[in-house]
Design a protein around this ligand. Structure first.
Ligand code: COA
Length: 168
């Protein structure tokens, strides 16, 4: 967080990492971010990490939905993507709840992704185009991308590297 905060003032930033906290208790539950989020980007990458004790309560979905809205509305990206290990069923479920779809290139693409990440396990990619997002019903985040109205409200920071959670 300190590292990200250090870069937050960078006007050329293309990555945003948000702290997700409980608005009542101010407890930090996790992080959610997007990288490569510049105008026209077709590879703005979503990622997250949440504490186990906060799982299965919809927080990842809520935060990711807000960050996705931020990427489309505030950063003007054309496509949002997300990668995870193929056996990360919780994350895959979150991608699905966000109306994201698997790459149509199938398993060959999965293994190419694994090579790119230098991993021996299969990695899957999900994505959503702006047009689909606009018609998905998730396009209800408001002018600030919904960040201020959600559990992701304590958003702070920046990194030119992808958020760690983006990388499986
Ligand atoms: C994966 C993670 C983000 C999920 O967070 P979360 O707050 O529990 O997510 P949500 O509650 O919004 O949604 C999780 C969904 O996955 C489902 N799920 C959870 N575990 C599952 C499993 N093992 N198999 C299938 N579905 C599962 C939940 O039931 C829920 O779906 P539902 O709403 O239809 O019931 C969180 O556990 C985490 O940060 N894990 C470690 C880091 C990580 O994997 N990061 C992602 C790398 S890209």
């Amino acid at each position: 967080m300190n590292s990200a905060a250090t870069h937050a003032g960078n006007e050329m930033r293309t990555g945003y990492l948000f702290v997700v906290e409980n608005l009542s208790t101010r407890e930090v539950m996790g992080i959610c971010g997007v990288s490569d989020a510049q105008r026209g980007s077709v590879g703005a990458k979503l990622g997250w990490h949440f504490g186990e004790q906060f799982s299965r309560q919809g927080y990842a979905t809520e935060a990711a939905r807000a960050v996705m809205g931020f990427a489309f509305e505030n950063c003007h990206v054309q496509r949002v993507i997300g990668d995870c290990f193929s056996n990360n069923h919780a994350t895959r479920r979150v991608f699905a709840k966000l109306s994201m779809h698997r790459s149509r290139f199938g398993q060959v693409f999965d293994w190419l992704l694994s090579l790119r990440y230098r991993e021996l396990r299969s990695i899957v990619r999900y994505s959503i185009q702006r047009a689909r997002w606009e018609s998905s019903g998730d396009n209800t985040t408001g002018a600030d991308g919904g960040i201020a109205d959600t559990a992701a409200s304590a958003g702070i920071s920046h990194s030119n590297r992808p958020p760690e959670s983006t990388d499986v």
